[in-house]
Design a protein around this ligand. Structure first.
Ligand code: NOJ
Length: 568
């Protein structure tokens, strides 16, 4: 569709993206895993929410060691999810409803089951010999560098048949592609064109900041967090911008599509290099600065809680930095992160209020918002009662690592509860009926349901006008109604308040005033001077009886309000 229909350039600036984790969205076969027909069935639900774009996590042929981020064939749909015809139908049906589809592009690595890798392992001189990153052992036989890999263990694996090590920044079943090899790049570009010709509307690019490796292969400092120690030679590497510019020239520029790069370990200055339109690389990136606010001594798996003032500093920095060059992507959660309401809100007494507050804060910022499936229901983290219920390769690796370190069991349990990726991967509850598999599956789900679905499910949200769902729907509608939501300039209004995060967005004669309380008690909020004497009308609140006119406020727990000052 992006090719045939005249589409506005930069349409993605006005869009809201909904992320679907196919395996956990809707099962139509009783296999216990979601599938493409399930997504087709639920398109009207998404159209009702008002989203513009669906981002699908990988659906390609894969042994699913890392749930699809290990691709064995870029041109085939994983039979667990359906067929190519199902995919074409999904594309067609979504487009008919005005919804675009972007796919996951996983090209830092493939599966070890990919034909390229199988061939590459055979010898040092076949067509695919240099498709991956092979290195001779050091003199003592050890690995070329001291790097650890994301899911635990060293980043190098020895292969007898070649007498060499290959690099894998993730699981050993996910060998890294060698982007230095122009044939690798061409093969990737061909594959991308295949999907664009089929009609997809863009790509989310997996760990794209890692594709270019330093060719001097430095060791990591001893004190680096082991599972991220490869950053020293792999993140934002020497040729990453050259490669992306080439990809843009050869593929992306030929289609009216959107791109978002996942860029681990990338600061806001580096983000400009990826997203400044003049540089012709990507449209936007996912940064991690706000995801790092509750990291501890062992990295992500910690029991620390974020501080609101840090969150405000980080988000404000990104808003300001990308104001004129580049574009922000806005997200609280995805398939790698815990549930937002547990992490940044209060998932018990104020679950609904804080989920709406978080949505308000994010959706009124400048950038393209992403909603992760279930976020619109206010889904929370899952308190599994047994460790056997966890499925994710990262979680299993962390448990082993922490046990080896001798960390207390209570710490291991709590940090996994707070940070496991499985929190985001439990099945979508379409209704509250356990007997019917909560409307997700008639079979046994591949991962257990969260135990709270009698209360939290789509059906009950749709039946309740005050649910998180309708608040998100309204936020999405406001973006369509008011250009200031898309283009307005962001300004922080109370930089030192310890409870309240407030900002304005200004475009011409219109100004939005967004005030969000992170407190669990009442806060007397005084409007700062320049806004004090202006009159504004309430556009949206997460409480029923918020004052209709702009002014000082007695904010209730997690209250979030949006006022519009219109001097036109
Ligand atoms: C980032 C993806 O989001 C994550 O799920 C995956 O494990 C890694 N990249 C490796 O592809």
């Amino acid at each position: 569709m992006s090719k045939e229909q005249p589409l506005e350039k930069d349409w993605w600036k006005k869009s809201v993206v909904y992320q679907i984790y196919p395996q956990s969205f809707k099962d139509t076969t009783g296999s216990g895993k979601g599938d493409l027909n399930g997504i087709i069935e639920k398109l009207p639900y998404l159209a009702d929410l008002g989203i513009d774009v669906i981002w699908l996590n990988p659906i390609y042929q894969s042994p699913l060691v890392d749930n699809g981020y290990d691709i064995a064939d870029y041109y085939q749909i994983n039979p667990d999810y359906g067929t190519m015809d199902d995919f074409k139908r999904l594309l067609e049906e979504a487009h008919r409803l005005g919804i675009k589809i972007i796919m996951d592009l996983v090209v830092n690595h493939t599966s070890d089951q990919h034909e390229w890798f199988k061939q590459s392992c055979q010898s040092r001189d076949n067509e695919y010999a240099d498709f991956y990153i092979w290195k001779d052992p050091k003199e003592d036989g050890s690995a070329p560098t001291n790097w650890g890999s994301t899911f635990g263990g060293p980043a190098w694996e020895y292969v007898e048949s070649r007498g060499q090590y290959y690099l894998h920044l993730f699981a050993k079943e996910q060998p890294d592609l060698n982007w230095e090899n122009p044939n690798v790049r061409q093969a990737i570009y061909e594959m991308m064109k295949f999907w664009f010709e089929l009609g997809i509307d863009g790509f989310r690019m997996d760990v794209i900041s890692l594709i270019s490796k330093r060719q001097d292969w430095p060791d990591a400092p001893e004190d680096a967090v082991y599972t991220k120690s490869y950053y020293v030679g792999a993140s934002n590497g020497p040729r990453v911008h050259e490669f992306l510019h080439e990809m843009n020239r050869e593929v992306l520029s030929k289609y009216n599509i959107m791109t978002v790069g996942e860029t681990a370990n990338t600061n806001s200055d580096q983000a400009i290099l990826y997203t400044d339109p003049a540089r012709e690389e990507l449209n936007m990136v996912f940064h991690f600065d706000h995801m790092h606010l509750d990291y501890g001594p062992f990295g992500k798996f910690s029991d620390i809680r974020f501080k609101m003032s840090d969150l405000r500093d980080v988000l404000t920095e990104w808003q300001n930095k990308l104001e004129n060059r580049g574009w922000n992507s806005l997200y609280w959660s995805n398939h790698d992160q815990p549930r937002a309401v547990t992490r940044f809100g209060n998932d018990t007494k104020y679950r609904v209020e804080s989920a709406k507050m978080l949505g308000t804060l994010l959706h009124m910022m400048k950038g393209t918002p992403y909603v992760y499936q279930g976020e619109e229901l206010g889904m929370r983290n899952v308190r599994f009662t047994s460790f056997d219920q966890y499925r994710d390769i990262e979680t299993l690796g962390v448990k082993k690592e922490f046990e080896e370190k001798g960390l207390p069991e209570s710490y291991i349990k709590e940090s996994i509860f707070l940070k496991s990726r499985d929190n985001a991967r439990t099945p979508m509850p379409w209704n509250g009926d356990e007997q019917s598999g909560f409307g997700f599956t008639t079979g046994t789900p591949w991962i257990d349901f969260s135990p709270d679905h009698a209360e939290i499910n789509v059906e009950s949200c749709l039946a309740d006008q005050n649910s998180v769902f309708y608040h998100y729907k309204e936020l999405i509608r406001l973006r369509k109604m008011f250009p200031v939501v898309v283009d307005g300039k962001y300004e922080l209004i109370n930089p030192t308040d310890s409870d309240v995060y407030g900002y304005t967005r200004t475009l011409g004669k219109q100004k939005l005033v967004v005030i969000c309380s992170f407190a669990e008690y009442k806060v007397n909020y005084k409007l700062p001077a320049p806004l004090k004497n202006q009159s504004g009308k309430l556009l949206l609140s997460n409480y029923q009886d918020t004052k209709k006119e702009l002014g000082d406020l007695e904010l209730r727990p997690y209250e979030a309000v949006i006022y519009l000052i219109d001097e036109s």
